[in-house]
Design a protein around this ligand. Structure first.
Ligand code: IMP
Length: 199
C-alpha cells in the first residue's frame, strides 16, 4: 500500500506555470499548500530518463532532496499515434528554447503532413510522482485519448491544448472551460489514482 501524504506543505517540482496552476487547483480541496520549485529557486534537473514515469521520479526526487519537503512532479506530453508516439517525452523540447508552442504544434502538423497520415489520433499522458524527503516514492500514470485538429483553436490551457480534441468532444482543450478540462484530462486521471492511494 502506498504511503499517505499527511504533510500540508509540498513542493510542486515543475517550472512550467501552466502545470503548477493545474496541480495547485487539484490540491486545493485537500487543504494542501503547494509551493513551486521556481518560488524556492530549486534547480531544474535535466530530464535524462526515457519514460514519463522515469522523468517524473527524477524531478520529484531532486526537489524533495533540495527542499526537505515532500514533492510532487508531473512529466507529461502528447503522444501521436502516426508519429510513433512523438513528441512524447520530448513535448516541451519540440517548442524550442523559447517554449514556443505555436512552433511545436506546427512541427507536429508538418510531420503528419509529410507522412500523409490519415490517422490523427493522439493521447496526452501524465506521470505524477510523489517523493518524500526520506526517498520513498509513489508514481501514477494517466491518459486521455483524442484526435488532433488543424488549425489550432482556443486560448485556454497551455502547450498543445489548442490542437487536441478529446474523444467524444467537439471542442479543443484550448476552447474548453478549464474546469471541464481538469475533470477529464490525463493529469486528472493520474491525480485520481494518486488520491485513492495517498490522500
Ligand atoms: P515536461 O513534462 O515538463 O517535460 O513538459 C511536458 C510538455 O507536454 C508541456 O510543456 C506541454 O507542452 C505538453 N503538455 C503536457 N500536459 C499538457 C496539457 O495538459 N495540455 C497541453 N500540453 C500539455
Amino acid at each position: 500500500m502506498a504511503r499517505k501524504l499527511t504533510e500540508r506543505k509540498i513542493v510542486v517540482a515543475s517550472h512550467n506555470r501552466g502545470k503548477v496552476v493545474e496541480i495547485a487547483e487539484l490540491l486545493r480541496p485537500f487543504g494542501i499548500q503547494p509551493v513551486s520549485a521556481a518560488e524556492l529557486n530549486l534547480p531544474e534537473p535535466e530530464e535524462t530518463e526515457t519514460t514519463f514515469t522515469g522523468n517524473a521520479l527524477l524531478k520529484a526526487r531532486a526537489a524533495a532532496e533540495a527542499s526537505g519537503l515532500p514533492s510532487l512532479s508531473d512529466d507529461s506530453g502528447l503522444a501521436v499515434t502516426a508519429l510513433g508516439g512523438d513528441p512524447g517525452i520530448y513535448s516541451a523540447r519540440w517548442a524550442g528554447p523559447e517554449r514556443d508552442f505555436d512552433l511545436a504544434m506546427q512541427k507536429v502538423e508538418d510531420a503528419l503532413q509529410e507522412k500523409g497520415a490519415t490517422d490523427r489520433s493522439a493521447r496526452f499522458i501524465c506521470a505524477l510522482a510523489l517523493c518524500w524527503p526520506d526517498g520513498e516514492t509513489a508514481v501514477f500514470e494517466g491518459k486521455v485519448e483524442g484526435d488532433l485538429v488543424w488549425p489550432p483553436r482556443g486560448t485556454n490551457g497551455f502547450g498543445y491544448d489548442p490542437v487536441f480534441v478529446a474523444t467524444g468532444r467537439k471542442i479543443t482543450f484550448g476552447e474548453m472551460d478549464p474546469a471541464e478540462k481538469h475533470a477529464m484530462s490525463h493529469r486528472a486521471d493520474a491525480f485520481r489514482q494518486l488520491l485513492a492511494a495517498c490522500l
